[in-house]
Design a binder for this molecule. Structure first.
Ligand SMILES: C[S@@+](CC[C@H](N)C(=O)[O-])C[C@H]1O[C@@H](n2cnc3c(N)ncnc32)[C@H](O)[C@@H]1O
Length: 262
């Protein structure tokens, strides 16, 4: 599947995704994945940053609020329009554009840092995204990205439950089978039931790769691993959203920061 086709799937997902995310239904993102990402992020105040696969823009806005001068791109024109139209009543000054995260329309050494929140596993050609990030980064710049955890978000996965239906373990298989755009259908599980029943499910092309693929691709591109995080939901989040207890059984997300030498 090529990037144009990937973009069409995401463009169809964009209106419902944006509506639900802005209602607070992307609970994993808001309660522990993005907080884990931001806790690991170096000080970005005054730096120029590029966000790959910005979606409706919530995470790019976090970076802008931390004082970074942000450029954000997405392959979906609808996501870019919805992100650019969002008015929080505060100045976040973000430049948005439609582009492929694997073919960046920027001159070499344009940015101090590059981020990708939960978008690389959706891109056909993650190694090209790393190469492009390297090209547009200044010497000493860093790339920080989050992905679904490659060891647990496998092509086959099934929760094992106790007698009361509580998750106690996850069985995974096909870890080594790479995906080249297989469509996964799902919906935010914290969306209100009436919306889950009536709104169309997201249809997402999946490009599963192994953990060794990501780490070796980073090393081959010239990045040096700096920090890793497998975020878990804090107690208060689990109390409010009991399903987040899953994040204490298995690692759901992987956050990596890697840097170029000066
Ligand atoms: C799971 S969403 C994450 C959105 C956002 N970063 C967030 O954390 O809310 C993945 C995003 O990656 C975008 N995407 C997928 N393939 C892409 C590509 N080749 N180039 C740029 N964006 C891409 C999708 O359109 C979608 O907005």
């Amino acid at each position: 599947m090529d990037v144009n086709e990937v973009g069409r799937f995401w463009d169809e997902n964009a209106p419902v995704w944006t509506r639900l995310a802005r209602m607070g239904c992307d609970v994993c993102r808001d309660q522990f994945n993005t907080p884990g990402f931001l806790a690991m992020l170096p000080d970005v105040a005054g730096l120029s940053g590029l966000d790959l696969g910005c979606g409706e823009g919530a995470n790019t806005r976090h970076l802008a609020r931390r004082g970074a001068r942000m450029t954000a791109l997405d392959v979906s024109p609808t996501f870019v329009r919805l992100a650019a139209d969002f008015d929080e009543g505060e100045t976040t000054r973000i430049a948005y554009l439609v582009a492929d995260g694997c073919l960046l329309p920027f001159a070499p050494k344009s940015f101090d840092f590059v981020t990708a929140f939960m978008s690389l596993m959706d891109m056909p050609g993650q190694e090209r995204a790393f190469a492009e990030a390297r090209r547009v980064l200044k010497p000493g710049g860093f790339l920080q990205f989050s992905i679904t955890h490659p060891c647990t978000d496998t092509p086959y996965r099934k929760w094992i439950e106790d007698g009361d239906g509580r998750h106690i373990a996850l069985s995974v298989a096909d870890y080594f089978r790479e995906n080249f755009g297989e469509i996964c259908e799902w919906m935010f599980c914290h969306a209100p039931a009436e919306l889950r029943e009536t709104l169309p499910k997201f249809r997402i092309p999946d490009f599963h790769r192994t953990l060794s693929f990501y780490l070796n691709a980073l090393a081959d591109t010239g990045f040096v691993l700096e920090r890793v995080c497998e975020p878990t939901a804090p107690d208060e989040a689990v109390e409010r959203f009991p399903l987040l207890a899953d994040s204490r059984i298995i690692p759901m997300f992987l956050i990596i920061r890697a840097r170029l030498s000066r």
